[in-house]
Design a protein around this ligand. Sequence first.
Ligand code: ADP
Ligand code: MG
Length: 292
Amino acid sequence: SVPAAILSALSAAARGGVLFKGGAALETLAEVKTFAFDKTGTLTTGKAEVKRIISLCGTEDDVLSLFAGIEAHSEHPIAEAIRRAAVARRLVPAVFGEVTAYPSEGITGQDKGQVIWAGNPRMVARMGADLAHPSLNLLQDGSETVVYLGRDARLLGAITVADQPRATSAAGLAALRAVGIDRLLMMTGDRRPVAERIGAALGLRTEDIHSDLLPADKVRLVDELGRDGKVAFVGDGVNDAAALARADVGIAMGAAGSEVALQAAEVALLSDNMERLAEAHRLARRTATIIR
Ligand code: ADP
Ligand code: MG
C-alpha cells in the first residue's frame, strides 16, 4: 500500500497544479539532480509570432495561405503562429491532402501530384531544394526561427517566427538552482541562434544549450546525463515524447502540451507555471525524508 505521507504529498502537489501519475514518480523526483528542458512551448510560451514573410514566387499573401493550408494539420506552436497570421490578413488557407508530420523537421502534403512542404533545413534537404538565395541570407543570420516553404524541389518562400520565454521560466530555473539542482539544460530542435537567444535570457550556460536536435538526439542526451544521476525532462511536444518516456521523471506541460507528451510523462504541470517545479521537488524530498 502507498504510505500516507506519499498520498498526502501527491494531493498537496495536485493542489499546486503538479499532477503525478503515481507515488513512484514522486519518490524518483526526490533524487533528481538534473533538469533538461525542451525550448519551444516549454521554456517559451508556445505563442510564437510570425515576424517576416519572404516570397520567392507570388505575393506574401500567396506564401502565407500555402503555409496556413499545410499547417492547418499541425499542433506545433509554429503552425499556430502561421494560422493566426493568416487569419489576421483574412486569408483563405489552401487545401491539401495526405498530410504527414515529421517531428523536429516540418510537414508535407499533396497537391495535384506534387508535394507541398514546410519546415527547417532538414526538410529542405529531404525535398532536394536549394537554400542558397540572396533574399534568405538575412533571415539565416538572425535569431528567429526560419521556416521554409516549397513545392517538390522548388523553394517558394520562407517566414520567420519568434517565440519568447514564459513569464515564469527565469524564476522557475532560479528556484530549481536554489533547491540544489546541479544541472539545468535546454534541448531543442530549433536552430542554434534561437536556442542561444532564449538560453541567454534565462541564464543558461552556453555548454548546457543543445540545439538542432531530432527526437532521438534528445533521448541520447537524456541517456548520457543519466550516467551522472537521475534526470527529469520537461517537454510539451510530440517530438519530446520519447525523451519524456526515457527520463527518470518525464514532466509534460499540461495546458499547452500535446496529448502524446502527456501520455509519455509521469507528471503533468497543469498550470504551465515553471515555478511549481521547484516546489514539487522540495515536496518530493521532504516526503522522502519522512518515509525513510
Ligand atoms: P523544440 O524542440 O524546441 O520544441 P521542435 O523540435 O518541435 O522544437 O521543432 C524544431 C524545428 O522543426 C522548428 O524550429 C521548425 O523549424 C521545424 N518544425 C517542426 N514542426 C514544424 C511544423 N509543423 N511546421 C514547420 N516547421 C516545423
Ligand atoms: Mg516543444
